[in-house]
Design a protein around this ligand. Structure first.
Ligand code: ADP
Ligand code: MG
Length: 305
């Protein structure tokens, strides 16, 4: 039978917004040595906004949104497809299109390539929107645009590229903000002796900039969902007991692979897929719940021993 102190710790955790699916996960939490943590939507708010738009054929490439017909056309095409996606970047692009007062045409056959981008048919043309890396694999693009996108990444921003019928048409750059509490929550976890590894599908340059701002120990970028799971598996072999923290459908395989999977609740911007796969859910999305839960689990296990 479950010791009374564990039952009581589970209810204390729940009162603080940490839902733990069973005593076994509280015990595993007390033994965690490494925390693998997703970037977009977990360490960042996942509510990014469009900051620049560069369109092939535009004469004022860095002008504010809404000032050029070619740019508006591109944003409308991208928005039409992204309206059917649930990715945080998709919301940013649809919001920008709405802010510019653009009417979004309807999109058909929309397909998500998890961790890479999204494609669909708009007005009989095939529109593809995806990461710089994915783009490099599927079509050639402008050298100046490529350099500009790399510069965006170095600033911690995420350039998203758009192609129409196999031709590169432009880059929409999106900037996310680090959650207010991420830095101090990471610092507390490190004080607890934990090693923090950031995992992301985003590009290396973007990821490294954000990792440096947050003070994490290590960063692994350009990971597809299966790569995140593989990375967690490798960490388990070299770094002891591993917890994985994430918000998205793209984190689900890694959440399942970790010794303890921890999801951001759908109410706080996470997804139901992540919650269903995880052993623990953080209701408010406040990352200080992590060091709190670790301390509670360690204290409880000491009481039993
Ligand atoms: P993270 O691991 O940081 O949560 P993802 O794995 O969800 O990020 O996405 C990785 C990359 O794939 C993004 O940075 C973006 O370039 C691209 N991408 C994914 N989904 C979309 C989308 N709906 N629209 C545009 N780009 C996308
Ligand atoms: Mg995420």
């Amino acid at each position: 039978s479950t010791p009374v102190s564990i039952v009581s710790a589970l209810s204390t955790a729940a009162r603080h917004g940490v839902l733990i699916k069973g005593g076994a996960y509280l015990e595993a939490l007390a033994r965690v040595q490494t925390i693998a943590i997703d970037k977009t939507g977990t360490l960042t708010t996942g509510k990014p906004a469009v900051v620049t738009l560069r369109t092939v054929g535009c004469i004022k490439p860095e002008a504010p949104l809404g000032h050029c017909t070619a740019c508006n056309e591109l944003l409308a095409l991208a928005g039409a497809v992204e309206r059917r996606s649930e990715h945080p970047l998709a919301y940013a692009i649809v919001n920008a299109a709405n802010t510019c007062g653009l009417t979004l045409p309807s999109a058909a056959e929309v397909r998500t390539l998890v961790g890479q981008g999204v494609r669909g048919i708009v007005n009989g043309t095939e529109v593809f929107i995806g990461s710089h890396r994915t783009f490099d694999q599927v079509m050639t693009h402008d050298e100046w645009h490529c350099l500009a996108a790399h510069r965006d990444s170095q600033l911690g921003r995420t350039p998203v590229m758009v192609g129409v019928d196999g031709q590169y048409r432009g880059t929409i750059t999106v900037a996310d903000t680090i959650r207010a509490e991420s830095r101090s929550a990471i610092a507390r976890l490190r004080d607890q002796g934990l090693r923090i590894v950031m995992l992301t599908g985003d590009e290396t340059a973007t990821a490294e900039r954000i990792a440096a701002e947050l003070g994490v120990d290590d960063v692994r970028a350009g990971l597809l969902p299966a790569d995140k799971a593989q990375t967690v598996q490798a960490l388990r072999q070299t770094n002891g007991v591993v917890a994985m923290v994430g918000d998205g459908i793209n984190d689900a395989p890694a959440l399942a692979t970790a010794d303890v999977g921890i999801a951001i609740s759908a109410r706080a911007g996470g997804t139901t897929q992540a919650m269903e796969t995880a052993d623990i859910t953080l209701l408010s999305g406040d990352l200080h719940q992590l060091p709190f839960a670790i301390a509670l689990s360690r204290q409880t296990l000491r009481t039993i021993a």
